[in-house]
Design a protein around this ligand. Structure first.
Ligand SMILES: Cc1cc2nc3c(=O)[nH]c(=O)nc-3n(C[C@H](O)[C@H](O)[C@H](O)COP(=O)(O)OP(=O)(O)OC[C@H]3O[C@@H](n4cnc5c(N)ncnc54)[C@H](O)[C@@H]3O)c2cc1C
Length: 490
């Protein structure tokens, strides 16, 4: 806080702010309205709110203290890592405290024998790999945002990435988490604990069950060989058939990513990735493992991709990075070809990909809204980028319609409304489309067991900010959301 800036005022937040200022070190409490605007949104910029106060703790004990003070005052709090989330999960509360972990960036322990690293929540995903790369180890889940996103945010979102097809999501790589519970206790959830898998419940809970303050992750051994291939096809159907054939042949590549013509054009404009000219779709396939096995799989892959008009094989790490460059920058690159866009995130069974992509094409034509497809094809995780011009009247609304219709398609095909970006504030309204009222009530029971007062990131994930006083149980009759016309149910 600058000395000229008065703390936030109000009968509740004023005294809480004063308590935070006296309990935390100088510079750890931000009340300046201009500085607070830094935190008004995450990567999903059309949801914005300025927090009443933001705090930047340096230790788990300070996080616990802040949560306890919030609890005593009955004030909601929201955790924030790097703010790269794409579902508005770290959207602050105007009446609440934002707890930012960016000063908690220490790698506390590396234990190569047990293949574990213990890190603070603000450590970036890539920094974990950088800390052990020379020892031939790495941290496997690799969101495209890995250079900046925090491991705490990854745990909260159960983040994925290109290599999760073979190696699994964050949940498969977290061994233990020290958390501050919503009433301010410091406890550790460990994979080895007998009884219910509370660690499993915490991972992916989007900050609604408490705040992770120390994370023990599993380290993977770098594979003996890696072969990265870029296959260019005339159209997306051919690319889709190749994906099915690869998996059908029993090959589990480390990654299979697909980009359509529009996303290739965007990547080209942004980072000059020199993907083959005229491609209607490119596949990036990465094989890794023992050298002999990779070689055998590559020969099979070459046969399967015989319909590709160009097959490029990376000769070394530099060429491998060049192939990944276009894919890794695709989301940001789209900003070059469209003034505004929505990054959608849904999943369908892999076998439905061709039908769903064709349906997205029809939606795009029907609403005159361009959709660029760039996705984790191997696990059916779609990332349609819905492009629009926000200066054109009605275009934003049309893009929202297309974006919502894509999620409907995912549900209709037996998929999900989110593959890896979470529900946050953005998709809470779609939850009743996937889950019955009884399902949602059951989830609330879990939430209430951790957070009976509903202070930890309220308003996220669930379609209504239900209180724990409203005892969840078997619902009879129509869910209030459905009754009010604000949700549909299949
Ligand atoms: C260009 C780009 C590419 C991306 N690519 C991918 C991708 O390939 N795969 C993927 O899965 N995601 C991807 N994302 C989404 C995003 O990076 C991930 O969701 C990431 O895990 C968010 O981390 P963060 O530190 O930025 O979290 P934030 O955005 O700060 O927070 C996200 C959620 O986590 C909660 N949270 C944060 N820290 C903690 C904590 N310590 N304890 C409890 N809760 C906490 C917040 O309350 C919020 O609900 C991408 C985003 C961008 C902008």
């Amino acid at each position: 806080m600058t000395s000229s800036t008065p703390p936030a005022t109000g009968p509740v937040i004023g005294p809480l702010t004063a308590a935070l200022l006296s309990a935390l070190p100088a510079g750890a409490v931000i009340t300046d309205p201009v500085r607070l605007r830094t935190y008004e949104c995450d990567g999903l910029t059309y949801h914005r709110a300025t927090p009443a106060v933001a705090v930047l703790p340096e230790t788990a004990e300070q996080v616990a203290l802040v949560v306890r003070l919030c609890n005593e005052a009955g004030v909601p709090f929201v955790a924030r890592g790097s703010g790269t989330g794409l579902s508005g999960g770290a959207l602050p509360r105007e009446d609440g405290v934002l707890i930012v972990t960016s000063r908690m960036r220490r790698v506390l322990e590396i234990d190569l024998a047990d293949r574990r690293a213990v890190v603070e929540p603000g450590v970036t995903n890539l920094a974990i790999t950088e800390a052990v790369r020379e020892q031939g180890r790495y941290y496997a889940p690799d969101p495209s945002s890995q250079q900046v996103c925090s491991i705490g945010g990854n745990v909260a979102e159960n983040s994925g990435g290109a290599h999760c097809l073979k190696y699994g999501f964050t949940v498969n790589h977290v061994e233990a988490c020290e958390i501050v519970t919503p009433d301010g206790d410091l406890v550790t959830l460990d994979r080895m604990d007998p009884g219910y898998d509370l660690l499993g419940a915490f991972v992916g809970s989007e900050g609604t069950l408490g705040i992770a303050t120390k994370i023990t992750v599993r380290l993977s051994r770098a594979p003996e060989a890696v072969t990265t291939v870029l296959a260019a096809f005339e159209n997306i159907e051919q690319g889709g058939r190749a994906v099915s054939a690869i998996i059908g042949a029993g090959i589990v590549p480390a990654a299979i990513e697909m980009m359509d013509a529009l996303s290739i054009a965007a990547a080209e404009a942004a980072v000059a990735c020199a993907y083959p000219a005229g491609a209607g779709a490119v596949l990036i396939v990465e094989l890794d493992g023992p050298a002999a096995e990779v070689e055998r799989q590559f020969e099979r892959l070459r046969e399967i991709c015989s319909g590709a008009f160009e097959l490029r094989v990376a000769a070394g790490p530099a060429e491998r990075a060049a192939i990944w460059k276009g894919r890794k920058s695709a989301f940001a690159a789209v900003g070059r070809i469209s003034p505004a866009y929505i990054v959608q995130d849904g999943v369908v069974p892999r076998t439905s990909l061709p039908r769903v992509l064709a349906a997205i094409d029809r939606l795009s034509a029907e609403h005159d809204i361009r959709v660029a497809n760039v996705f984790h094809a191997g696990d059916g995780n779609l990332h349609p980028l819905v492009l629009f011009d926000d200066a054109e009247p009605g275009a934003g609304e049309r893009a929202e319609v297309v974006s919502g219709a894509i999620l409907d398609l995912c549900i209709e095909h037996g998929g999900s409304i989110t593959g890896e970006h979470g529900v946050g504030v953005d998709k809470a309204r779609y939850m009743p489309k996937m889950f019955s009222a009884a399902d949602l009530d059951t989830m609330q029971l879990v939430r209430c067991a951790f957070d009976p007062r509903g202070l930890s990131n309220p308003g996220k994930v669930f379609p209504t900010p239900r209180l724990c006083g409203e005892v969840p149980g078997v619902r009879r009759g129509v869910h209030p959301l459905v009754e009010s016309g604000r949700a549909e149910q299949f």
